[in-house]
Design a protein. Sequence first.
Length: 118
Amino acid sequence: MDSKEKALKIAQILDQKKARDIKILEIGKVSNLGDYFVICSASSNVQAHALSDEVKEKLWEENEIDVGHIEGYASGTWILMDYDDVLLHIFMDETRTFYDIERLWHDAPELAFEQQLD
Protein backbone atom coordinates (compact mmCIF):
# COMPACT_ATOMS: atom_id res chain seq x y z
CA MET A 1 0.00 0.00 0.00
CA ASP A 2 1.53 3.32 -1.00
CA SER A 3 1.36 6.41 1.20
CA LYS A 4 -1.58 7.98 -0.64
CA GLU A 5 -3.64 4.80 -0.31
CA LYS A 6 -2.68 4.61 3.37
CA ALA A 7 -3.74 8.21 4.02
CA LEU A 8 -7.07 7.65 2.26
CA LYS A 9 -7.62 4.37 4.16
CA ILE A 10 -6.96 6.12 7.49
CA ALA A 11 -9.40 8.89 6.54
CA GLN A 12 -12.03 6.29 5.61
CA ILE A 13 -11.63 4.50 8.96
CA LEU A 14 -11.90 7.81 10.82
CA ASP A 15 -15.00 8.75 8.84
CA GLN A 16 -16.70 5.42 9.63
CA LYS A 17 -15.98 6.04 13.32
CA LYS A 18 -17.58 9.54 13.13
CA ALA A 19 -14.45 11.72 13.30
CA ARG A 20 -15.13 15.31 12.30
CA ASP A 21 -13.46 17.71 9.87
CA ILE A 22 -11.07 15.18 8.33
CA LYS A 23 -8.29 16.73 6.24
CA ILE A 24 -5.45 15.13 4.31
CA LEU A 25 -2.44 17.36 3.61
CA GLU A 26 0.26 16.38 1.11
CA ILE A 27 3.22 17.44 3.25
CA GLY A 28 5.72 15.54 1.10
CA LYS A 29 5.53 18.40 -1.40
CA VAL A 30 6.89 20.86 1.20
CA SER A 31 8.73 18.75 3.81
CA ASN A 32 10.68 15.56 4.32
CA LEU A 33 8.76 14.57 7.51
CA GLY A 34 6.58 12.24 5.50
CA ASP A 35 4.16 12.25 2.59
CA TYR A 36 0.83 13.02 4.27
CA PHE A 37 -0.79 14.42 7.41
CA VAL A 38 -4.26 13.12 8.20
CA ILE A 39 -5.97 15.49 10.64
CA CYS A 40 -9.33 15.09 12.37
CA SER A 41 -11.32 16.26 15.36
CA ALA A 42 -12.89 14.21 18.15
CA SER A 43 -15.71 15.36 20.39
CA SER A 44 -14.24 13.85 23.57
CA ASN A 45 -11.17 12.09 24.94
CA VAL A 46 -13.12 8.85 24.80
CA GLN A 47 -13.80 9.34 21.09
CA ALA A 48 -10.16 10.32 20.46
CA HIS A 49 -9.06 7.04 22.05
CA ALA A 50 -11.67 5.10 20.09
CA LEU A 51 -10.51 6.67 16.81
CA SER A 52 -6.87 5.88 17.57
CA ASP A 53 -7.68 2.30 18.58
CA GLU A 54 -9.83 1.73 15.49
CA VAL A 55 -7.19 2.99 13.05
CA LYS A 56 -4.49 0.91 14.73
CA GLU A 57 -6.67 -2.22 14.74
CA LYS A 58 -8.06 -1.91 11.19
CA LEU A 59 -4.74 -1.12 9.52
CA TRP A 60 -3.18 -4.15 11.18
CA GLU A 61 -6.09 -6.54 10.53
CA GLU A 62 -6.70 -5.51 6.93
CA ASN A 63 -3.20 -4.60 5.70
CA GLU A 64 -0.70 -5.74 8.39
CA ILE A 65 0.42 -2.13 8.82
CA ASP A 66 1.58 -1.38 12.36
CA VAL A 67 1.93 2.05 13.89
CA GLY A 68 5.54 3.01 14.50
CA HIS A 69 4.90 5.32 17.42
CA ILE A 70 2.00 6.93 19.30
CA GLU A 71 2.21 10.17 21.31
CA GLY A 72 -0.42 11.83 23.48
CA TYR A 73 -2.68 8.83 23.97
CA ALA A 74 -2.87 9.22 27.75
CA SER A 75 -4.32 12.74 27.62
CA GLY A 76 -6.34 12.25 24.44
CA THR A 77 -6.32 15.95 23.57
CA TRP A 78 -3.84 15.45 20.68
CA ILE A 79 -2.94 11.93 19.64
CA LEU A 80 -0.17 11.62 17.07
CA MET A 81 0.20 8.29 15.29
CA ASP A 82 3.31 7.77 13.16
CA TYR A 83 2.87 5.45 10.18
CA ASP A 84 6.28 6.41 8.69
CA ASP A 85 5.10 8.22 5.56
CA VAL A 86 1.67 9.15 7.00
CA LEU A 87 1.20 11.01 10.29
CA LEU A 88 -2.24 10.96 11.88
CA HIS A 89 -3.27 13.83 14.18
CA ILE A 90 -6.41 13.30 16.27
CA PHE A 91 -7.37 16.52 18.07
CA MET A 92 -9.93 17.67 20.56
CA ASP A 93 -11.55 20.84 19.13
CA GLU A 94 -9.83 23.32 21.49
CA THR A 95 -6.41 21.78 20.91
CA ARG A 96 -6.87 21.77 17.14
CA THR A 97 -7.87 25.42 17.19
CA PHE A 98 -4.95 26.35 19.45
CA TYR A 99 -2.23 24.64 17.37
CA ASP A 100 -3.91 25.29 13.99
CA ILE A 101 -1.53 23.03 12.10
CA GLU A 102 -3.52 23.49 8.89
CA ARG A 103 -2.44 27.15 8.96
CA LEU A 104 1.16 26.21 9.78
CA TRP A 105 1.19 23.81 6.83
CA HIS A 106 -0.82 26.05 4.47
CA ASP A 107 1.72 25.42 1.68
CA ALA A 108 0.85 21.72 1.66
CA PRO A 109 -1.87 20.92 -0.88
CA GLU A 110 -4.99 19.22 0.44
CA LEU A 111 -5.90 15.80 -0.93
CA ALA A 112 -9.62 15.58 -1.63
CA PHE A 113 -11.57 13.39 0.75
CA GLU A 114 -15.34 13.51 1.02
CA GLN A 115 -16.80 12.54 4.37
CA GLN A 116 -19.95 10.45 4.26
CA LEU A 117 -23.11 12.21 5.36
CA ASP A 118 -25.38 10.46 7.83
